[in-house]
Design a protein around this ligand. Sequence first.
Ligand SMILES: NC(=O)c1ccc[n+]([C@@H]2O[C@H](COP(=O)([O-])OP(=O)(O)OC[C@H]3O[C@@H](n4cnc5c(N)ncnc54)[C@H](O)[C@@H]3O)[C@@H](O)[C@H]2O)c1
Length: 341
Amino acid sequence: MSDAARLAFVGAGGHSGQALYPCIAQIPEFDLVAVCDIDAARAESAARRFGALKAYMDVATMLDEANPAGVCICGMPDMHHSVSLQCLQRGIPVWMEKPPAWDLKGAVELVDAAKAAGTFGMVGFMKRFAQANAIAKEYLDSGELGPVSSITLMHGAGKYDEFRRMLLFNGIHMIDLGRFLAGEWVELHAFGAQTSAGTQAISVSFTLSGGGVGQLNINSAHTWQDTFEQVYLTGSEGGLHLESGRDLEVISQKRRFSAGKGLQTFGWSARYTTSHNLSGWFSSGHHTKGYWGELSHFARAVLGQVEPVATLEDGAQDMRIIEAIVQSLETGQSVVVSDVS
Ligand SMILES: NC(=O)c1ccc[n+]([C@@H]2O[C@H](COP(=O)([O-])OP(=O)(O)OC[C@H]3O[C@@H](n4cnc5c(N)ncnc54)[C@H](O)[C@@H]3O)[C@@H](O)[C@H]2O)c1
């Protein structure tokens, strides 16, 4: 496998077993050389099921013996932070699930460690790799829609007990998607509601560095089986609508394939649907949701074939926005994101 990067994976729990390890066999550039989990049974089971050469229970031993060119990490935020530091300090690039740490300080430490060692890290913002979102980004970058004038991000998920946890484990995805599509957030004002046990709702208004405005509405009043996700974005002559990173609808006169004058059509839109064919392997959503894309990109970044994206810097900036939202919720004041340290 000379065209594949020798990669290790730390953490063999629930999410990685369902969503991440199953992608590896479909990534030619990803050679899984080692799996590590402090739980021996989990490490051995993952190594057996997903084809790693060896299972380990200690990260340092694995790094010494397996000598991986990169490491993927999936566990709790303190583990993302501590295992990433271990790898980065040896100059080994990392990919980790979100959030990169429990707080902004920890996320910035990872940025600094990667810089000091001359290496890089990526964070698991898989929505950037969800197919419709990626196509929307290419379309926006083409300039056809003009500069972003507004973005509305909506997400409904299952229960959370408090605002910060909902933001760290789930809201961070929509914050990152908002930055990916519409650019940096400058100033924000957040309102929160806790209407019953486990039901949190946060509404954030924000300004964008390019001059536009935005709105984030997230809640934990939905279900995990059937989460809700919509993005509506406008430029100067139309807009686009994204449904769950799967469907992209472009609403623009320029996208019309004919004038349609005889039909007197009004409000015609170009609808791009990336996957309504739910047969076969794709039905598990690994491609559609972006899990395959983020791991594939990491493997190719380790090989030097592509630049890393969804970087540690992005992770730290998303964490800064979370701190700004929490601060606004606590004080009732607007917060300038760059003032948060
Ligand atoms: N992007 C998504 O769609 C999505 C969805 C669900 C969860 N997640 C993220 O995934 C993470 C949770 O992953 P999970 O469900 O696999 O967690 P988990 O708790 O089931 O598994 C974590 C594993 O890490 C192991 N571990 C802990 N410390 C270790 C260490 N120092 N060295 C080696 N192994 C260690 C544990 O024994 C456990 O097996 C969270 O950070 C969450 O935010 C992301």
